[in-house]
Design a protein around this ligand. Sequence first.
Ligand code: OGA
Ligand code: ZN
Length: 366
Amino acid sequence: MKIGVAKNKKKIFVHALKSNTEIHPLWLRERVTNVDYLDENNGQRLYEPSEIKKDLRIKKALIKKKFLNVQFNDGVKTEFVIKELLNEIFKKNKKQDITFWNGKLFKKPIFKFKKKLFEFKDGYKVFKNFYKYGFVIIKNAPIKKNYLIKFANIIGILRKTNFGTLFNVKSVRRASDLAYTSHALSAHTDNPYRRPIPGIQLLHCIKNDSVGGHSTLSDGFSIANHLRKRYPKYFQLLSSIKIRFTYQDSKTILENWGETIELNSDNTIKRVRLSPRLDYVPVLKKDKLNQFYKARSLFIKLCNSKNFMIEFKLKPGDIMIMDNYRTLHGRTSYNMSVGERHLQGCYVDHDSVESNMKNLKRKFNI
Ligand code: OGA
Ligand code: ZN
């Protein structure tokens, strides 16, 4: 891949393995970063690009080492960094480093809490591992009630819901969610009935000395890919039938639809949704529903199986951060006659966390 200039210096080309594509002058002109054209504080254009003449041409182009000098025929002159142009054209820096895991994941991504963690390189490592595995655990964070709000606002932007900015996961009478009882919770993703679905869930352990109450996690992407390989018909059903998810209490009525396994346009997995206590499949032909119920049962079974699920007990001071679009979480039941179990939880959005990760990458030139 490289950039080349025509002999008459009036055309610019991208040379890839088998193709030679001319870069449109307007495409380049919109990428001019000179201070007259771009606000240096926010990178936004100071002009209306649709008003640039459509017959804009290149008067003269020249490659000088790592730079491409261009004079446009409307008088604008600029210098592009060739590598940056190639990165954009070939979407080079967009790949996330992802590791699929299963019940044999012995080395969990665990990090030690320290003050200002997310101002250092180690903070970037935490984010990187979060996206690699779909979860991370931070140990030894302060065991203070409501501390999670502060933490969440450091790693991203808090997303308030009808359960509050922060919700207390402990057993109460007349619970507004099964999470606030001592029942076991099978593998699930949170709040698929919201629009948009909260991207990231945080759970902070304040107390956990009852008997039971172990946490469980499974990698929804890994299980979906297993289905794709071994049970393609089931995979096809779960990735095409849209389910209705709903939540209602005396004050709230929420509803959203989506596939159990949602795919990207290139057929890679975009996200999983699973919440068998509040999902409603539409009426379909009996045969199709027969197959769907089998497919869903198998998916649920795998999500809760030893082959795919890890189980561990959170300790006071642990903060678990989970990708709610990928990782399924749950817990075993606990016995309230001994000790106490109290977690606090909240949600943050993916874009805010990704932004902080990229910021650290830029700051430390990683
Ligand atoms: C939840 C939840 C798990 C736990 O609150 O959404 O799944 O460990 N809690 O109590
Ligand atoms: Zn949950």
